[in-house]
Design a protein around this ligand. Sequence first.
Ligand code: ZN
Length: 362
Amino acid sequence: MGWTITIGRVAGTEVKVHLTFFILVAFWAMGGYREGGATGAVLATLSLLALFACIVLHEFGHILVARRFGIQTPDVILLPIGGVARLQRIPDEPRQELLIALGGPAVTFAIVVLLYLWLTALGRDPQLWGLRPDGPFLETMMQVNLYLLLFNLVPAFPMDGGRVLRALLASRLGLVEGTRIAARLGQACAVLAGFYALTTGRGLLVLVALFVFLGAGAEAAAVETRAAGAGLSAAQMMVTHFRSIPIHATLAEAVELLLSGEQREFPVVDNLGRVEGILTRDHIIKGLSQRGAGSIVGEVMAAQAPLVAPTLGFQEALERLRASGLPALPVVDATGRLVGLLTMDNITDLLLVRRAGSPLST
Ligand SMILES: [Zn+2]
């Protein structure tokens, strides 16, 4: 996910802020300004930063429970709808996901209880409801955290309540079906909330609904892809009929190869058949316009293309291909021999075939 700024690193997890979070800051500051001028805007912004700290604590509730189950969290991103702790993987057992999903709300609940007890001990008679911009700071914090808690527990996947629902569904229906139902429900909630927000002119809620809608779709798609590819290795995913091109070939020869068939990405090999890189259609076109048809393949190819071992698992191979930013990667066995070509097109075809033939697909 782009559009983020890293603001720190806690216990092995990078804390990042999505730029849209600052839209929330702007809304909040504008509200403060309308109520109390410049001072109001500053106070409102400070309150929001305190809330921001509470959200980080909430996320670390998820992260610490996940760590107990051996799942690391490389980063946590703060969005206007709250935070998203990006776990390394989905826990294998629904029970674990249930506990991880509840870890964040448990922290928020604890913040509300502690602030309530503290304010009561001070003799302030704290009110749980009735948020107002000029309310006392700690009472406001308590109220906002309470709203946050209830909001997070709405069963709209991918929010915490939706994850709890997915875990409950998955324990009976399996991960794919459970996720599909939870995601559809989340998207339905998002559409309703979005419609309500548009008709009542609540801009921030439109944004939240959009995040929920897109998040639910992306998560469901990721789970389905993972399930469709379960048990596959790179050797089963790769193209085995392909042409490679010598590193000293000219671009004119590359063009001939490109136009002679359907293949668009070519592994580049040296005289001994070792893989030196990958040449894509884009490389050829760019090379032609910048250097001319007489220049050689070695000058325009991607030389740093990561290699894939035939034994690499489905998810790892897919992630390596995505991370490379290239449309194809060479598959090379332990002896250094080029045995295949991993392409996104071929993986897509394979998954379609597997889904069509799988008794699990409905
Ligand atoms: Zn949460």
